[in-house]
Ligand binder design. Structure first.
Ligand code: IPE
Ligand code: IPE
Ligand code: MG
Length: 247
């Protein structure tokens, strides 16, 4: 049985989040510059998006640029932004063809104007698509997200739109940039690093973590299937005992 057939379509994660890591190391192994790795990451993105949509995953969130990544050398940041613009421009037609909606999370106002315009156009063009939502996390960090949520929530409390006593987990979730989306059931991180790197801190509270040594530019559909199959073999107890889960 091939890997895709091993995926149980009745127990699919609705939301998969990915920390796409290892582009620089991939390039270094080949004697190339870091940007060569980023360029080769596009194939992995394309294949993963296609694979997730074909299976019936509803949300795929890709960590593409973190708040902390602004601290990288200026040349790398500029090259990443240019790559983002050219990729969005090239791929929007395919997203439409595959009925995929594009959305972003993060402090996108801090991105260069050309990026913001390209993203806005792509989001407008794909807004009615219903098969899967592709969420790009750009200039994103979990602490940024929680901070912006708290600021807006505090404003609404100040204006008596929300009672302080009525703030609960559901209310907080609605102020996060992922409002309306289910929390990811599965987080994939490539390149072997065992950390969250300030990704979806609130939303990952009970997410299953899957870490592979594979570097992101080498990631393909088969590896996505592998991660989902591993996820489906786990027992998600949410604090209960094993016995309580068997009914
Ligand atoms: C991930 O690959 C891409 C971004 C963070 C933008 P890296 O660029 O972090 O690659 P490594 O971790 O240095 O190999
Ligand atoms: C996390 O990767 C951010 C993205 C994949 C966009 P990093 O390479 O920036 O993370 P650290 O520095 O290893 O934690
Ligand atoms: Mg990295």
């Amino acid at each position: 049985m091939n890997l895709r057939e091993q995926v149980d379509l009745d127990n699919l994660p609705k939301h998969i989040a990915v920390i796409m890591d290892g582009n620089g190391r991939w390039a270094k192994q080949r004697g190339g510059l870091r940007i060569f790795g980023h360029q080769n990451a596009i194939k992995a993105v394309r294949d993963t998006v296609e694979g997730a949509a074909e299976l019936g995953v509803e949300y795929l969130t890709l960590y593409a640029f973190s708040t902390e990544n602004w601290k990288r050398p200026a040349g790398e940041v500029t090259a990443l932004m240019q790559l983002l613009v050219s990729t969005i421009r090239k791929e929007t037609a395919t997203l439409n063809k595959n009925n995929i909606r594009l959305k972003t999370i993060g402090n996108t106002a801090s991105l260069p104007g050309a990026c913001q315009r390209e993203l806005q156009e792509a989001m407008d063009m794909t807004k009615d698509n219903t098969r899967m939502t592709l969420v790009l996390a750009l200039s994103y960090s979990g602490r940024w997200d929680i901070t912006q949520a708290m600021q807006r929530l505090a404003e609404d409390v100040g204006q008596h739109k929300v009672e302080a006593g009525a703030i609960n987990e559901t209310a907080i979730s609605q102020y996060l940039s992922t409002a309306g989306m289910p929390d990811p059931e599965l987080l994939i991180r490539t390149s072997g690093e065992q950390r969250i790197s300030n990704f979806l801190l609130w939303q990952l509270a009970y997410t299953e973590l899957y870490i592979t040594e594979l570097l992101w530019p080498d990631f393909r559909k088969e590896h996505l299937y592998q991660a989902i199959v591993a996820y489906q073999r786990r027992e998600r107890r949410f604090g209960k005992t094993s016995e309580q889960l068997i009914k």
